[in-house]
Design a protein around this ligand. Structure first.
Ligand code: XLS
Ligand code: CA
Ligand code: CA
Length: 438
């Protein structure tokens, strides 16, 4: 029997339904239950974020580690990485999720040299391969940590020093190799420190061109190794830099279009990054989806009273319902999924808290899925919205949309028909309706 890191959890976490009093059971997430044409597992494609769940130790700005993780005990870095991975796969299977996500430096420790880091990554990729095979758990996405090492303080691909750009490229090359080797279904680029503190020392135009070069190299390299996974950009407005280049979805899409990268990328929307950008989560999802570019989701939430990236587990049914409305409307996330980029609080020191946190997040999204599915089936919102835009379906509206009239014709129309009549947006009524469904 291999060592167990969660002996109190016999696993897999059961579905017990709404009335259950068992805190270690699902009330809504019932993996194989069909909602419309797909099972809940197929709709939601949950993933565990390795960096938070396995690597975090409770450290914050004001103090050091608060959790003792048995899997961090071995003193040799590779032994520690292997123990951590054993614990990770035990956690994935006991929880009952099909996917996980990692940065290169989460699964493998940095070495003394770049070559040493690559070697460590290779060792851990082999180890992960074995555990994936044993458990059936798959890699949703891989990425590279281009922000932790101090050499990346002034950015990775947007660094003013081309030597640092080269290091970042070499690291991403290896992280992509690792993602390919593990059958990763996507590869994520979050901006890390790709932004700036001050224009006093920054050539913004040059840095954006560097970033575009980097992405083109990534596209070329993926092609050369036969990586068919989806590339995703994850916008964030700030933190760690004051201004990040991939500020929000609209900005990232404009960047991709400007630099002829749009065909190669979709967006990974994170809820907490949306609110940091002063958008709602559903706004960011909708902007990405409207462009046909919603690829995946980092499922978490911020705290409205704290202005930073708190990465808490999602528990708000309104938010998950509104998110699932967007996701269902575009018929799912394709190769993407719902990655819990979230950590338990500094005071949640026990390994079992990791189960409570994920169970809550999974139930919140399962419930959001069920509610959103009913709203869509009943056309509860869409019939109102369709009616609101009905004037574009015929007459002058149809001509506007078909490009058959211009300003001169519309002036003539107004002179003939007179002033339009105002209509209520019925927001309060719709809010009540949403509450009825929830
Ligand atoms: C940080 C980001 C990061 C990405 C992956 O704020 O959320 O964790 O998801 O690099
Ligand atoms: Ca994220
Ligand atoms: Ca975050």
């Amino acid at each position: 029997m291999p060592k167990s890191y969660f002996p109190e959890i016999k696993g897999p976490i059961p579905f017990e339904g709404k009335g259950s009093k068992n805190p270690l059971a699902f009330r809504y997430y019932n993996k194989d239950q069909k909602v419309g044409g797909k099972t809940m597992a197929e709709h939601l494609r949950f993933a565990v974020a390795y960096w938070h769940t396995m690597m975090a130790d409770g450290t914050d700005m004001f103090g050091g580690a608060s959790y003792d993780r048995a899997w961090h005990a071995p003193s040799d870095p590779i032994d520690r990485a292997k123990a951590t991975m054993d614990a990770a796969f035990e956690f994935f299977t006991k929880l009952g999720v099909d996917y996980y996500c990692f940065h290169d430096r989460d699964i493998a420790p940095a070495g003394e040299s770049f070559a040493g880091s690559c070697k460590n990554l290779e060792i851990m990729v082999d180890y992960a391969k074995g555990l994936q095979k044993q458990t059936g758990v798959k890699l949703l996405w891989g990425t590279a940590n281009l922000f932790g090492h101090r050499i990346f303080t002034a950015g990775a691909s947007t660094n003013p020093d081309a030597h640092v750009f080269a290091l970042a490229a070499a690291q991403v090359k290896n992280a992509m190799d690792a993602t390919l080797a593990l059958g990763g279904e996507n590869y994520v680029f979050w901006g890390g420190r790709e932004g700036y503190e001050s224009l006093l020392n920054t050539d913004l135009k040059h840095e954006q061109e560097q970033l575009a070069r980097f992405f083109h190299m990534a596209v070329d390299y993926a092609k050369s190794i036969g990586f068919k996974g989806q590339f995703l950009i994850e916008p964030k407005p700030c933190e760690p830099t004051k201004h990040q280049y991939d500020t929000d979805t609209a900005t990232a899409l404009a960047f991709l279009r400007q630099f002829d990268l749009i065909d190669h990328f979709k967006i990974n929307v994170e809820a907490n990054h949306a609110t940091l950008a002063k958008h709602t989560f559903e706004h960011e999802l909708t902007v990405a989806s409207a462009a046909g570019k919603l690829g995946s989701v980092d499922a978490n939430r911020g705290d409205l009273l704290l202005g930073w990236d708190t990465d808490q587990f999602p528990t708000d049914i309104y938010s998950t319902t509104l998110a699932m409305l967007v996701i269902l409307k575009q018929n799912g996330l394709g190769s993407g999924g719902l990655n819990f980029d979230a950590h338990v609080r500094r005071s949640s020191i026990d390994p079992v808290d990791l189960f409570h946190a994920h169970i809550g997040g999974m139930d919140a999204f399962a419930r959001g899925l069920l509610v959103a599915h009913r709203i869509i089936e009943d056309k509860a919102l869409s019939s109102f919205i369709d009616e609101r835009y009905v004037s574009y379906k015929s007459g002058i509206g149809a001509k506007i949309m078909a490009g058959q009239v211009g300003f001169a014709e519309l002036e003539k129309y107004i002179l003939e028909k007179g002033m339009p009549v105002m209509r209520s947006g019925r927001l309060e009524m719709l809010e009540n309706l949403l509450n009825d469904y929830i």
